[in-house]
Write a protein that binds this ligand. Structure first.
Ligand code: GLN
Length: 283
């Protein structure tokens, strides 16, 4: 009898965690058969044909060698949207949704005085923060920057897929240098590279496969945060809000930077696991 390559056999025989195996198999079923993920349960006796089987085996082996699931399937859910991702951009993280929620709350707060709030997302990567905000706030005008042309290309692609081109624009360059003069905003958000260069996490797990420049400032971890905080006053309207993500142990340092930069109403925000991961302040 020939060997069985049914979905059930393949999925019960893999050493990958169940959720990861299902994500990879769903990708194979979609690509080779245009079938939905639910097929895994509803038709688990289905046998994969040769190209589909080979693809499954390649994906399984690459994942077992550490490549992130999001890069293997080319997409990642974030807030209420799905983004295309590739090794040129950081994989959006659930904790970063906190920045989106803070921006959305501020947009709501100012809606009586500001009809079309202007938002700046510094270091946008896949466009995750900028696009999630624009998707939820139909009046928001978003400018997103990145130093990497590859990131801007992926972010542009995501903008088109989500049909947000009219309200989301991109500019290439380092932090505020990407902007034209006299460009000021109601809200500035950023998830900059903040991992210190010596942090051992950089050579573990998914991070090994992500762009180093999106993860670390190649220094203490605080240099990009400092540049963003120091420049904020020049690019915010009066009372405008700055919100930045930072590492789990950087809250005090970031608050100090905000005080030194002369910002007011400094607040710290916990993520879902209770770690302070975002700091905000006003001009
Ligand atoms: N949040 C990412 C991590 O800890 C780091 C991203 C960043 O440096 N902005 O893995």
């Amino acid at each position: 009898m020939s060997k069985s390559y049914s979905l059930r056999t393949l999925l019960s025989g893999t050493s990958l965690p169940r959720n990861e195996a299902h994500l990879l198999m769903a990708h194979v079923l979609d690509k080779h058969y245009q079938l939905a993920r639910s097929t895994i349960i509803s038709h688990d006796e289905m046998e994969l044909n040769k190209p589909a089987l080979e693809e499954w085996q390649t994906l399984e082996s690459r994942r077992l060698h550490g490549e992130p699931v999001a890069y293997l399937i080319g997409k990642k859910g974030f807030h209420n949207i799905e983004l295309q991702v590739a090794p040129g951009v950081l994989i959006p993280r659930p904790e970063t949704e906190l920045l989106v929620d803070i921006a959305l709350q501020e947009i709501k707060r100012i809606k009586n005085s500001t009809q079309n709030p202007k938002i700046l997302d510094l270091g946008t990567g896949s466009g995750a923060i900028a696009l999630a905000i624009a998707n939820e706030a139909p009046n928001a005008q978003v400018l997103a920057t990145d130093q990497s042309p590859e990131a801007i290309a992926i972010a542009n692609l995501n903008t088109k897929t989500l049909a947000l081109e009219v309200r989301v624009e991109f500019a290439q360059g380092s932090w505020y240098q990407a902007l034209k003069e006299n460009n000021i905003f109601d809200i500035i958000v950023s998830n900059p590279p903040y991992i210190p260069s010596q942090d051992p996490h950089l050579i573990e797990g998914d991070l090994r496969f992500e762009p180093a420049d999106a993860l670390t400032d190649h220094s203490t971890g605080l240099s990009c945060l400092e540049a963003i905080i120091w420049g904020a006053k020049d690019h915010l309207k009066p009372m405008g809000l700055l919100a930045v993500e930072h590492g789990y142990d950087q809250s005090n340092a970031v608050v100090e930077l905000m005080k030194t930069a002369g910002l007011s109403d400094i607040q710290t925000h916990p993520d879902l696991s209770g770690h302070l991961r975002v700091a905000s302040a006003r001009k």
